[in-house]
Design a protein around this ligand. Structure first.
Ligand code: NAP
Ligand code: MG
Length: 495
């Protein structure tokens, strides 16, 4: 049975969606549109305005004016917080509609979008709303050795960075928009958001809800379009003060280059190849935990537990358990009731992931289950467990971004930290053991921005999230996110 589509969803996808610039819905300057497909069939789901350089120009002008002349900066922090809170409320009011749009556009099961993506997005705005009134500086006692006897009053101000460009990926389209917009707005910035071309729908819908919540014109602008044009123009724009990017490490490096022109601030949330480590004394839940770590969101998680390490004498049993779960996962369209795993987001990702599966096979890895595309319609890939890998294989080193885990045994606590850290990435890690001292000792040794002990994929608006090494710069969520959206000004008065 298929989930009954909300009428608002049908209306939303029936006509071309426009750009949201300076509080107005407008066509792209070029008049062009592009199609976003339903990844379960490949059929066209909706038409979207294809914004490019000229539209970014318009959006930056609007965001610049909204920042430099108000009204955003003239509102009290309390009023700003109230508007941001209202965005969270409106997301919850429209939860079914947003979850359906997300499921249709991205392919993820409706039930998952409804239970996780949408409430998490709302919670992020609610959490950040509270911060708007709590951004504080310090008073500092200064000494100034070369001015003996002088008296000073020194303090710091935390001020918004200014106009922020935000470029987001397709794996959690609404949630990534929330992670980016929430702290930027709480800190008083204005924004141009460029959603992923594969999944623009919920960001466009969110723009409407933000206007309804009372976000003033020009404060949030949403320009749909392609990375190479709209995204690149935003990253390079001399009037943009900061760029926040989530996506591939490859494009992250392009962003850094593009941002160099005016040395805009950059935060990056990039790829991962996260180790998930199961010790011999792990509780039986570790098996389901290991499966969830890789198969959640079809493996399209930057933090996916894609390298499973199991201590030697539990290796066969744990891996067999993960294989059994993989075989039992029900694949289907996101909007079909009972679907546990939907299609990958795009034909490109299907080809990319099956390319990795081919390379694993060629290099001598064994697929205990899966290993191929599922069906011949849509972009489905079978949940896959690979063994007999070596540390130099492409499937072990590179981010696959699909439901593919490589499993390897390890001997002892002494050798696992080095093996787990043997990656250019450092985003997440999981540890499964009943020995809590061992867990914390290992957590300290892992070079990763997030470590989960006896759990995986636990996210909260108050927990900072981000990467070591080539997994990124800076943190999202928590008060750390606000720091990345503020500048610190030191003010000194001689008394
Ligand atoms: P991507 O190219 O890095 O896309 C992320 C965002 O960057 C999209 O909005 C994209 O626009 C934009 N973009 C692309 N090229 C750009 C440029 N030159 N300048 C500015 N913005 C640009 O990722 P992808 O191609 O969709 O996926 C490829 C791989 O990236 C995946 O297989 C996965 O390994 C990784 N990935 C990681 C994450 C994560 O959360 N860390 C998320 C998604 C993908 P378009 O949509 O138009 O390309
Ligand atoms: Mg799509």
């Amino acid at each position: 049975m298929t989930v009954t589509t909300e009428r608002s969803v049908e209306e939303f996808t029936a006509s071309p969606r426009q750009l949201f610039i300076d509080g107005q819905w407008v066509d792209a300057a070029s008049g062009r549109t592009f199609e976003t497909p339903d990844p379960s069939t490949g059929d066209t789901l909706a038409h979207i305005a294809e914004g490019d350089t000229e539209d970014i120009e318009r959006a930056v002008r609007a965001a610049r004016r909204a920042f430099d002349d108000g009204p955003w900066g003239r509102l009290t922090a309390s009023d700003r917080g109230r508007i941001i809170w209202k965005i969270g409320d409106l997301i919850l009011e429209h939860a079914d509609e947003l979850a359906q749009l997300e499921s249709l556009d991205n392919g993820k099961p409706f039930a998952v979008a409804r239970a996780a993506d949408v409430p998490l997005a709302a919670d992020l705005f609610h959490y950040m709303a509270g911060w708007a009134t709590k951004i504080e500086g310090n008073t500092i006692n200064i000494s100034v050795p070369y001015m003996p006897g002088a008296n000073f009053h020194s303090y710091t101000l935390r001020e918004p960075v200014g106009v922020v460009g935000q470029i987001i990926p397709w794996n959690f389209p609404l949630l990534m928009a929330a992670w980016k917009l929430g702290p930027a707005l709480a800190a008083g910035n204005t924004v141009i958001l460029k959603p992923a071309e594969q999944t623009p729908l919920t960001a466009v819908r969110l723009a409407g809800l933000m206007a309804e919540a009372g976000i003033p014109d020009g404060v949030v602008n949403v320009v749909t379009g392609f990375g190479e044009t709209a995204g690149a123009a935003l990253a390079a724009h001399p009037q943009v003060d900061k760029i926040a990017f989530t996506g591939s490490t490859e494009v992250g490096k392009l962003i850094v280059h593009a941002a160099a022109g005016n040395l805009k601030k950059v935060t990056l949330e990039l790829g991962g190849k996260s180790p998930n480590i199961v010790f011999e004394d792990a509780s039986p839940e570790a098996v389901a935990g290991a499966a969830n770590a890789i198969f959640f969101n079809h493996g399209q998680c930057c933090v996916a537990g894609s390298r499973l390490f199991v201590q030697q004498n539990r290796f066969d049993e744990v891996v067999a358990g993960v294989v059994e779960i993989a075989k039992s996962i029900k694949l289907g369209p996101g909007m079909e009731e009972g679907t546990q795993m939907g299609p990958l987001v795009s034909d490109e990702q299907l080809r990319r992931v099956t390319g990795f599966l081919d390379s694993g096979r060629d290099d001598g890895a064994t697929a205990l289950t899966g290993g191929t595309r599922y069906g011949d319609k849509g972009y489905f890939v079978e949940p896959t467990v690979l063994t007999n890998t070596t540390p130099d294989m492409k499937v072990v080193r590179e981010e696959i971004f699909g439901p593919v885990v490589v499993a390897a045994p390890f001997q002892s606590l002494d050798d696992i930290a080095a093996a787990a850290n043997d990656s250019e990435y450092g985003l997440g890690a999981g540890i499964w053991t009943q020995d809590i001292s061992k867990a914390h000792a290992l957590a300290k040794k892992l070079r990763a921005g997030t470590v989960w002990i006896n759990c995986y994929n636990v996210f909260d608006a108050s927990l900072p999230f981000g990467g070591y090494k080539q997994s990124g710069w800076g943190r999202e969520m928590g008060h750390e996110a606000l720091e990345a959206y503020t500048e610190v000004k030191a003010v000194t008065a001689q008394l």
